[in-house]
Design a protein around this ligand. Structure first.
Ligand SMILES: [Zn+2]
Length: 333
């Protein structure tokens, strides 16, 4: 690698691709005026956005003897504490969408020069929740922003952004972690109670590779953890069980609440994703160890079932009767 040895974003776990892209951009002084950070919940988008803002405004940014950002200068500290007037965060809050009004407010402040530093950073969280009108309004600012402005668009689904928006900002993906990595990381954490530590393994599997979700589950999601085992068993039955047995399982062992059923199906999808990844030597996110049947199921079968599970998730989301949807999954999937 031709990049400098300067450490970039030491506080961000994993995410090597993102670090490489940004350190190259920063080193060449050619950082874009907008980036889209695209990745699942809990994969580090907010952390990355904060670190980018710090890297842009860090008072030690030109001194390669410090990591970037240094994390210690007044600018870095203010940003970490949410106190910097030059870092503005926009989100949908309690609303389903980010409307055009929020973007108009950005435009009103856009030409006000930065206060403390020489750059101003707008972080738009849940950018995929922007309405089409909001995105079009933002486009005007993305096309010709003042030279001191940077936009960071955080999204779980960059495909929900207009092509015109996407073409104005490079997309950088934040990445999920393997269950082994999450387990190791959480095990070395000092701020978990002994009871929480006992559930680390389950949370590491349930989180689908998102460290933030794993932490969230440990702190708030006791009930959901048991769903992991249910999903594991259901996946095994769907792939290797007799239909009659699987239907008995559906009727007796599966949760009755709609939301739980959806979560359980999402977990089944993670499990299937693992089984597919294992065929290509990819990393496991759901299983710690591959189940014994993994080698016997074909890629085609896994793809078919994944599609059927997505269909079932959608049907349940659209208020389909759970029993009917799950029976269709077992019999048709
Ligand atoms: Zn700093």
């Amino acid at each position: 690698m031709a990049q400098s040895a300067r450490e970039i974003f030491p506080a961000l776990l994993g995410n090597d691709k993102l670090k490489n892209t940004l350190s190259a951009d920063f080193a060449s002084g050619k950082s874009a005026h907008a980036y889209i950070l695209d990745g699942p919940a809990g994969s580090g988008k907010r952390t990355a956005a904060t670190l980018i803002a710090q890297a842009v405004l860090c008072e030690n940014r030109s001194d390669p003897s410090h990591p970037l950002p240094c994390g210690k200068c007044p600018a870095c500290r203010k940003i970490a504490g949410g106190l910097s007037v030059d870092v503005l965060r926009i989100s949908n809050g309690d609303h389903a969408t980010i409307g055009v009004e929020a973007i108009r407010q950005i435009r009103q402040t856009l030409y006000v020069a930065p206060n403390d530093g020489d750059k101003k950073i707008y972080i738009i969280e849940n950018a995929h929740r922007m309405t089409v009108q909001a995105q079009n309004a933002l486009l005007l600012s993305l096309e010709e922003p003042p030279p001191y402005v940077m936009f960071l668009l955080l999204t779980e689904d960059s495909s929900a952004l207009l092509e015109t928006v996407r073409s104005r900002a490079p997309t950088i993906k934040t990445e999920l972690f393997s269950a082994a990595f999450v387990t190791e990381y959480l095990s070395s954490s000092n701020d978990l109670t002994p009871a929480q530590k006992e559930r680390i393994s389950a949370a590491a599997h349930l989180c689908g590779g998102a460290l933030g979700s794993a932490l969230n589950l440990l702190k708030n999601g006791e009930a959901e953890l048991s769903l992991y085992r249910t999903a594991e068993e259901f996946t095994s039955l769907l792939l290797t069980g007799r239909k009659t047995d699987t239907l008995v399982f559906v009727n007796t062992a599966l949760p009755k609440e709609r939301e739980k059923t959806r979560t359980m199906l999402t977990l089944v999808r993670f499990a299937l994703r693992d089984l597919l990844a294992s065929k290509k030597g990819g990393e496991l996110l759901f299983f710690t160890e591959l189940p014994s049947y993994a080698r016997r199921v074909s890629i085609r079968r896994l793809l078919e079932l994944s599609e059927a599970v997505v269909q079932a998730e959608n049907d349940i989301a659209a208020n389909g009767a759970q029993q009917t949807v799950l029976t269709a999954l077992v019999c048709g999937g």
